[in-house]
Design a protein around this ligand. Structure first.
Ligand code: SF4
Length: 279
């Protein structure tokens, strides 16, 4: 059994919070740069140019890419042969507390969804655990702003709705999101599982490299077709018109019940943040 100290986890999570909020992954940056070259609308081009300048300022001045530094969402893979000396969940939350405080990141979490008193340290995090073989601990953070989160949708389709139903669900979510979710979007789609698992799949889909298409032929085709359809809507960067409404559509699937076809669409803006560490 491999031992990992909780204090090491806290330290690494703290660094991840800052890293994810200051720097976008290279695949996202290069999609945005490519979109600037290809955008046909002058206004759209200017908006993307501003997004690129904003990323550069964040990088040089070490400030967040967006003022909404999100709720701290984690995907954690825990090797079966790892033993944490301490409480893993508390160690992650302590890392969020430290990272969001030392990094001067906005604290956006309220303790009670109705009373709405800010916890002042961005805890608690939302943590999705997965037990896997091996002796490693992989921690991924995906801070999620709520401008786009609020425009996400979940549809419990019937099997007879089929692929057309799925396309219609995704396009409905995009049209309803409009400029509110800060386009250009990255769109995470979860198909299958059950009510809650489809939503987790959709969120996980946002963390997949944008250059990596699904390894299933029919899903890869659906990703490409949906991206084309979405970019034909004309919404464009910041909703001001253009051909760059989405940078990518990432779909994850899971087996489901014979009577259902859950489809979750997790909308994300161009600030599709995620960073990970393996211990
Ligand atoms: S949707 Fe994205 S870009 Fe818009 S405010 Fe939220 S985090 Fe920032």
């Amino acid at each position: 059994m491999r031992e990992i100290e909780a204090s090491l986890i806290t330290e690494e999570v703290s660094k991840l919070c800052i890293k994810a909020n200051l720097y976008l992954a290279d695949d996202i940056k290069s999609r945005i740069e490519k979109a600037e070259k290809e955008e046909k609308s002058n206004l759209g081009k200017q908006v993307i140019g501003q997004l690129i300048e904003n990323m550069k300022i964040a990088d040089e001045d070490k400030i967040p890419i967006c003022q909404d530094t999100g709720m701290a969402v984690f995907f954690v893979e825990v090797g079966q042969e790892v033993h944490v000396n301490g409480n893993l969940t508390e160690a992650i939350n302590e890392g969020v507390r430290k990272g969001y405080t030392e990094g001067y990141l906005r604290k956006s979490v309220v303790k009670d969804p109705i009373i709405r008193e800010n916890t002042r340290d961005n805890t608690p995090a939302i943590i999705h655990y997965n037990i896997v073989p091996g002796d490693k601990l992989k921690i991924m953070i995906a801070p999620k702003g709520f401008g786009s989160e609020n425009m996400s949708r979940l549809f419990m389709l019937k099997p007879a709705d089929g692929v057309e139903g799925i396309k219609n669900a995704v396009l409905t979510a995009v049209k309803e999101a409009g400029p509110n979710a800060c386009p250009p979007f990255v769109i995470g789609v979860g198909i299958g599982g059950d009510f809650e698992y489809s939503a987790i799949l959709a969120k996980k889909a946002l963390t997949r490299n944008l250059d990596q298409r699904s390894d299933k032929d029919h899903i890869r085709e659906l990703e490409e077709e949906l991206l084309q359809s979405i970019n034909s809507l004309g919404l464009g960067p910041a909703g001001l018109g253009g051909i760059t409404t989405a940078l990518a559509v990432n779909i994850e699937t899971y087996p489901t019940h014979i009577a259902g076809l859950p489809v979750a669409i997790n909308m994300c803006c161009h600030v599709d943040r995620h960073a990970s560490v393996e211990l």
